[in-house]
Design a protein around this ligand. Structure first.
Ligand code: UDP
Length: 488
């Protein structure tokens, strides 16, 4: 089952070029593209992944595809699928194994299932692809299909793997040997960090960093007026004053002590944008480290009683609230792992003493409208003093990039993807042990107390994103990679 995804990107390169701090990046991209375009003339690039919505890859693809087209590289986005749901259980297992988790016992039956769905999709894909086209396969789900098409048509075949682990373990080895017969057929592989490249692909693999779109709903600048409108329309803050845009389709809700999510009112609202906020926004995934972050925040709050801090810091630590935000439960209803992580967090919240429940907000963000969801994430990030990403593991971590671009003080873990972005003490701070609540508490407290530090890290972080992790750099590297390999 292959479906074509139509992309509507109303914002084009001319729009970016009009923004003073983006103009130079657009100019260099255009120059580089026109230099390299002859190598790609007459070829069409097919980008294939396994979902049109949800997660970092589907977040990035529309812009990448739209920009390549605008620069003259004809590109289409396809999504593979199957009715055999066991396939996605298997690829979810492979995904987890590549991250070092799960049972490494993959069977012949698993191989047969993967081969069968790959060949069913390959038969369909082949009919769309011309002899001069280029295939770019994103992540392990469509890798088998891509390899089979490569074997038959002999076209250039790139494997873009967005996941990885900076460790070699029985789990990672099981997944990478399972995929080896397919991955080895690629002409070139692209990873997000050098640590992720499996040994058998060394020598024909390189790095392209994921990237964000500075004018997207999630990352565009928000005037104070717009920000106030989003907070009110989404229910993240209340006000008796009217705002011009219509109320959102659905409101953000906050966990109540009875274990249910409910819209916020004057009594239960979080205090955005008045209070200092520590935010983590992610999927409800154990590897995102929500639970130790919550413990760290609680530890910091409890240590305040009887501690010797300046009156200003005492007020700050007294007022600060932790927001743990993620997709509404109904949007993850088919993901038992997400539901169990959320259920554990709900239990942990319910076990907190009453005075701490006020200072912790588990927030469910509606997913029905991608635009509204993105604006909520944007507003939450901008209203935070510290954005945390306490991931036990992280392939890259677009939430970190998003917060860096917004000049936030970032508390990250040392997960490989986060280390690619944040240099500790330069662009933010990295906790050594993200499962140690005392350490999280002490770093968080010192960051909250250090406004000059947060300002400095934020400025450096934004500059780093400008140079390395904006979509212009990503598109340029893709064009360079494709052109280089075609010449090779
Ligand atoms: N995200 C979102 N709404 C949510 C939770 C997450 O839009 O309720 C976004 C987040 O802003 C980021 C993406 O989902 O753009 C997650 O990408 P990341 O690379 O951080 O992690 P992944 O989910 O791919 O592991």
């Amino acid at each position: 089952m292959i479906e074509s995804v139509e992309i509507q990107e109303p914002v084009g390169l001319d729009d970016y070029a009009e923004v003073v701090h983006l103009a130079q990046a657009v100019h260099s991209l255009r120059e580089e593209a026109s230099r390299l375009l002859p190598a790609l003339a007459g070829r069409k690039v097919w980008m294939v992944n396994s979902t049109a919505q949800g997660g970092g890859v589907a977040e990035m693809l529309p812009k990448l595809v739209a920009m390549l087209n605008e620069l003259g590289v004809t590109t289409e986005w396809l999504v593979m699928g199957t009715e055999d749901l066991r396939f996605f259980d298997l690829t979810k297992r492979l995904h987890n194994l590549i991250h070092g988790a799960g049972d490494p016992g993959l069977t012949d039956e698993d191989q047969q299932l993967y081969a069968a769905v790959s060949s069913e999709n390959a038969a369909e894909l082949k009919r769309r692809i011309g002899p001069d086209d280029i295939l770019v396969i994103h992540d392990p789900q469509p890798l088998g299909m891509g390899a089979l098409v490569k074997r038959e048509l002999g076209i250039p075949f790139f494997f873009r793997c967005h996941i990885g682990l900076d460790e070699d373990s029985p789990e990672t080895r099981a997944a990478w040997s399972f995929l080896r017969p397919y991955a080895e057929l690629c002409d070139y592989a692209v990873f997000s960090a050098p640590e992720y490249i499996p040994a058998y692909l060394a020598g024909k693999a390189g790095i392209i960093s994921p990237a964000i779109d500075p004018l997207s709903f999630k990352n565009r600048e928000l005037s104070a007026h717009k920000l106030a409108g989003i907070l009110k329309n989404s229910g993240l803050a209340s006000s008796r004053h009217p705002v011009v845009p219509a109320s959102y389709h659905e409101q953000a809700t906050r966990l109540r002590p009875d274990g249910h999510f409910a819209p916020m009112n004057e009594e239960t609202e979080i205090g955005i944008p008045f209070r200092p906020i520590v935010l983590q926004v992610s999927r409800w995934d154990r590897l995102k480290g929500y639970s130790p972050l919550l413990d760290g925040f609680v530890c910091m709050k409890q240590a305040l009683v009887g501690s010797d801090v300046s009156p200003r810091q005492r007020r700050r630590l007294g007022n600060v609230r932790l927001v743990l935000a993620g997709p509404e439960p109904s949007a993850v209803a088919d993901d038992p792992e997400a539901l169990s992580v959320l259920a554990e967090l709900i239990d942990a919240y319910r076990d907190l003493p009453h005075w701490l429940q006020d200072d912790v907000a588990l927030v469910s963000l509606p997913m029905a409208s991608r635009e509204e969801n993105a604006l909520m994430v944007n507003a939450l990030q901008r209203c935070s003093s510290v954005v945390a990403q306490n991931s036990l593991q992280e392939g890259f971590g677009l939430t970190v990039t998003e917060a860096m671009w917004k000049q936030r003080g970032i508390l990250g873990s040392r997960a490989c993807g986060i280390r690619q972005q944040i240099r500790d003490g330069m662009d933010g701070r990295l906790v050594s042990d993200c499962e140690n609540p005392e350490e999280i508490a002490s770093l968080l407290e010192s960051m909250l107390d250090d406004l000059p530090g947060r300002t400095h890290w934020g400025q450096s972080a934004q500059l780093r994103v400008h140079d390395e992790f904006l979509v212009f750099t990503q598109v340029r590297r893709w064009i360079e990679t494709l052109a280089d390999r075609l010449r090779a």
